[in-house]
Structures are given as C-alpha cells and as structure tokens.
Ligand binder design. Structure first.
Ligand SMILES: Cc1cc2nc3c(=O)[nH]c(=O)nc-3n(C[C@H](O)[C@H](O)[C@H](O)COP(=O)(O)O)c2cc1C
Length: 306
C-alpha cells in the first residue's frame, strides 16, 4: 500500500500544515532561522514573549547548563508590542506559517492593552504566558492560583476575538485545576508546560549560578513531567492542549500527542540543533507511514492507560 501521511492539524479552527511549533523564547521572531530553512517548514511559531513596553530582561548570568537541560532566567527581554507590530509582524506575514504572539504582563491592564493592540494585526493566535510575576500581588506568579490565571484570561478574552491559548506553569500542586479555571473564562486552548522552577549553586563562590538566584528548567530533563501533565490536563478539559517540555525527536513529539496534545512546541532542543523541528516532521511522516496511520491527528490522546 502506498500513501502520503497527512500531518496537518487544526487547533481552534486554525490550520497548521504540521503539528510542530517553535516554542516561545528560543526562536526569537524567527529572524535568525530564515537563512537555514524557510519558516514555512514549521507548523507555527510562538514568538518571543512580548510585553506592553520594551524590557531589558534580567542581569547575567541568565543561563546555566544542567544535566539534560538548561536553567534560564532571561526575564522576558523583548522590544515591546509596538516594535513587534511595526517591525516583526510584516516579516512574519510573508513566512506562510501560523504566527502566535506570546504575551506577558506585570498587571491585568498590561495583558489587556497588549492583547488589544494585537487584535487588529494579522497574528493568528495569542498565547498568554502566565508564568511571570503579578507586581501588584508582591510578585506572585499569575498562573499558580486559579484566581490569578482567571483574571488575565478574562481580561484578554474581552480584549480580542483571536483564539486565546493560555500557557500553564507546571509549578503548581494540581495543574488540572488551573486548566479548568481558564477554560471556564473562555480560553480556546491551553499549552503546557512552561519551565520548572530550579536553582544551582557554585560551591566555590557559594553564589547561585544565576544572578536571579532561581530560574526555569527546560530540555529533556522535564519531558516525563510534561507528558504526565499533558495527559492529566487533556483528560480534565474539552479545549485542545498544545504539549511541550523537553521534546527533542519525532518519537518524543508522537509520545506527547498520544498523551493528548493536538500539536507540540519545541524549545530548548533548537539551541542544540536548529533543524530539530524539520527533522521531527520528517520522523512523524515516517512513523505514520510505517504504522499505517493516514492522519497524524488520529494519534491524539490514544494512550491506553493500564
Ligand atoms: C531561554 C528561554 C526563554 C524562554 N522564554 C519564554 C517566553 O518568553 N515566553 C514563554 O511563554 N515561555 C518561554 N520559555 C519557555 C519555553 O517556551 C518552553 O515552555 C519551555 O522551555 C519547555 O519547553 P522545552 O523543554 O522544549 O524548551 C523560555 C524558555 C527558555 C529556555
């Protein structure tokens, strides 16, 4: 039998030519990768986290290597939403890939105004990073309480007609509670996981390796945690789930989809090999062909729990 597997997927009515999305914060706005391959090879790109005003980010050192992963405290360095709209969106519009704006804020008003500005642009979807601090609440992370996660979801929902993806933090006791809370406020999809909070110490200087003291762990080390959370969340909500955390191969991406992800994002692995997203797509097609799967979307959530 000969057939060409269909690896396109649809998430919230948006069509992706394949399920592989570059994760926010690793790929910038795609500008450094266009010399390597056309961005149209990607299903989509989640752009660098963007805030209402430009941000310099945290003081270095901001990245530390760890076994099978990295710890980062970049701190949302970005040019601000106006520059994103003027400079980067026109470039991204020409790339024939799904463009996801990833936004963050220190207050509900920040999120709301950033989303409102993006509503009249060509971005296809808006992803809310709720792993950043709520300044009015003494710096507590929005996404660790249902109330915090709901407040930003509600404000952004009211500010835009675009599909809203809420990106969940894994630094919680029960991620399904937060997922249900944002679904109730009108989130069209959830994506997970953001980084896991970690810390390293230089034993000679007794100083934390990161200037920020703590940072977010990503890369293969977090993969099993991410698969577990994607599985739990996809069983708890009706909206689509986008899975990420440590994906580095087609096998990882397929596993994440079997756990319940309708599409996947790839972050840290791109630092080591910028071609990983392209290789994952090739590997998915091969897997589908060898296993007689006509549509990749047929594998979503097909894990058979014991
Ligand atoms: C250097 C770096 C910067 C990141 N910046 C953002 C960001 O701006 N917004 C966001 O939502 N997630 C950000 N993330 C989180 C990733 O998008 C992703 O959720 C996480 O790293 C897990 O996936 P991975 O193991 O494939 O990297 C960042 C991660 C890294 C490593």
């Amino acid at each position: 039998m000969s057939f060409t597997p269909d690896i396109s997927v649809s998430v919230c009515g948006v069509n992706f030519k394949n399920p592989v999305i570059a994760a926010s914060g690793i790929y910038g706005f795609g500008e450094d990768y266009t010399d390597l391959y056309p961005l149209s090879e990607l299903g989509g790109i989640s752009c660098k986290g963007t805030t209402l005003n430009p941000k310099d980010g945290n003081i270095p050192p901001r990245i530390a290597e760890t076994p099978s992963g990295i710890l980062n405290s970049v701190g949302l360095q970005n040019p601000g939403v106006d520059r994103f709209i003027e400079h980067y969106i026109p470039m991204l519009e020409k790339q024939d890939t799904v463009v996801i704006a990833n936004i963050a804020g220190a207050s509900v008003e920040d999120y709301e105004q950033t989303a409102r500005k993006l509503d009249s642009t060509s971005v296809d979807m808006i992803e809310l990073n709720i792993s950043c601090p709520n300044v009015k609440q003494g710096g507590a992370t929005w996404g660790v309480t249902c109330a915090g996660a709901q407040s930003v979801t509600k404000a952004v929902r009211a500010a835009t007609k675009k599909p809203v993806i809420v990106k969940l933090t894994p630094n919680v006791t029960d991620i399904t509670e937060i997922a249900r809370a944002v679904e109730a406020e009108g989130a069209d999809a959830v994506s997970l996981i953001n980084t896991l909070l970690g810390m390293r110490i230089d034993i000679r200087t007794r100083r934390p390796v990161l200037h920020n003291n703590v940072g977010g762990l990503s890369g293969p080390a977090v993969f099993p945690v991410a698969v577990r959370m994607v599985w739990q969340v996809s069983n708890a909500v009706k909206i689509p789930v986008i899975g990420m955390g440590g994906i580095a191969s087609a096998e990882d991406a397929i596993e994440m989809m079997m756990a319940g992800a309708s599409a996947v994002q790839i972050g840290t692995a791109i630092f080591g090999d910028p071609y990983v997203p392209v290789k994952v797509c090739e590997g998915m097609k091969k897997f589908c062909f060898e296993n007689n799967i006509e549509k990749i979307s047929d594998i979503v959530g097909t894990v058979k729990p014991w």
